[in-house]
Design a protein around this ligand. Sequence first.
Ligand code: SF4
Length: 262
Amino acid sequence: MKIIEKEAKSIYTKTKIPGLDYTINQYVGCGHRCVYCYAKFINKWKNYGEWGSWVEVKSNAPILARKNVKGNVSMSSVSDPYQPLEGELFLTRDVLENMDRDINLSILTKSDLITRDIDILKQFKNLEAGLTVNGFSDDVRKILEPGAPPHEARISTLKLLKDEGISTYCFISPVIPLLTKVKKVVMDTKGLVNNYIVEFINFSLAGEKFKKILRKDFPETYRIVQDKKMMWNYIDTISSYLTRNKIPVSAFITHMKKRNGK
Ligand code: SF4
């Protein structure tokens, strides 16, 4: 892993993402190395090598985090704040320690490392912690998310956060036909989260490497995601299941333009 230390000018970035005012990225790049990662578009501006092989570390982030911002802040958008490197650097922890406790903060991660910072998370008045959970089997995870913790670790993380009184949500993403186990995720997280965000795979942002892997290792999945009608049928199946079971879904993102090719 190539580590690049940088001094940033600002750590809070204004965003047009609905419901959010700022994103905060103390890291750029991510050791979880998800092959479908949408954040790898950033490689256009960073000449460090393949996505997942480098992490830019904003070493002055803790000082910049002291700025008093109003509105909803999301951590993070082009990295995971609890990626493996955080276990050594404690940069996310330092950033949290320096942040205003009145800030509305939403943290999203795939890692159980977040539980290390429960003592600080509990000090925030308006904080929610989300875990990305997709129920991949270990074989699938090792291909698609080789650096990220397994399903079971993410579930036990949600349980611990919930037990500590921290507001939690589950981000079921990316939903990939036949690989993402939506029902298993819902059953395993029952009573552990306040709500769910469901996001289907964005095939065009996921990139060529991801497409190649699907074509080679998961041809049936590839057939479905390539076929609009089949993909809509799959989306409808998931939607019906969630509605039928009264699952509290705050956002359902399909990344599909229009139905029936219109
Ligand atoms: S954890 Fe998130 S930011 Fe990191 S590689 Fe995976 S999708 Fe990208």
